[in-house]
Design a protein around this ligand. Structure first.
Ligand code: BEZ
Length: 249
């Protein structure tokens, strides 16, 4: 089932692609280069890559996201495809991926697909949630779920720099640059921001949880975390980013 609501994503969580702008500087796409945007979501960054003159393909596992991307940026090529299985009829000069790879537990498969789709000397530039990402949110969620008798199952893959670099090197990449850093990310509505974030991204935690209990869990997490994650009246998700630039050798 396609869980994504493209409108809600753009309305309340635009920071996901807004912060991605500076990742484009890491890639330095040149006019005429073939670039793949892996996990392109609603296509904002894909369109920005295309504006630099690159010939861009955006892929995403969500049909809802690709539908939205294609409607807003008809000049760009988009396709529904999974990070672990995609097979495109060309190799690329660069692969770009923002805020996607933490959704892919089969990380070796995704890395192998990226390697195969790069030309020799091609550049990989990725950003994903790193070790400790949204830890306050997940700890509070686990507690609230357990207090009501539900099991909390960790879901996302937030690697340390050492772990992810090791995987890339094993696959044949040369690591060029790594940045591991905190990026508190402002949520649109301080009253409901954490609850909205979990509604948007954390649906899998609530499979089998009745709506009434889900509402109570979300309220508790929001209430408990507000003092911890509030600064000057704004609420911030405790994002930790892992950025890597690497080359296929
Ligand atoms: C992230 O970008 O860190 C992220 C986004 C959605 C869910 C989990 C992590």
């Amino acid at each position: 089932m396609d869980q994504w609501n493209a409108d809600l994503y753009k309305e309340k969580h635009a920071f996901v692609f807004e912060y991605g702008n500076s990742l484009i500087d890491w890639l330095q796409p040149q006019a005429g280069e073939a670039i793949l945007d892996l996990g392109c979501g609603t296509g904002e960054l894909t369109a920005q890559l295309a504006q630099k003159g690159a010939i861009v393909t955006g892929i995403d596992a969500s049909a809802a996201m690709i539908k939205s991307a294609s409607a807003h940026y008809p000049e760009v090529t988009f396709a529904v495809a999974d990070a672990t299985t995609f097979a495109l009829p060309q190799q690329f000069d660069g692969i770009f991926s923002n805020a996607t790879l933490h959704w892919v537990p089969e990380k070796e498969k995704a890395i192998a697909r990226m390697y195969t789709h790069l030309k020799k000397g091609g550049r990989l530039v990725i950003e994903m949630g790193g070790k400790g990402n949204v830890q306050h949110i997940l700890t509070a969620l686990e507690k609230a779920m357990q207090q009501r008798g539900y099991t909390y199952e960790p879901f996302w893959y937030f690697p340390s720099p050492a772990e992810y670099i090791t995987l890339l090197e094993k696959a044949g990449f040369k690591i060029d640059r790594v940045h591991f850093f905190d990026r508190p990310s402002k949520l649109v509505d301080p009253e409901t921001g954490i609850s909205d974030w979990l509604e948007m991204f954390g649906g899998h935690f609530f499979a089998g949880v009745p709506e009434k209990d889900k509402g109570a869990i979300l309220q508790q997490v929001q209430h408990e975390l507000a003092p911890k994650l509030m600064r000057n009246g704004d609420l911030y998700a405790d994002y930790v980013r892992l950025r890597v630039a690497a080359t296929k050798i």
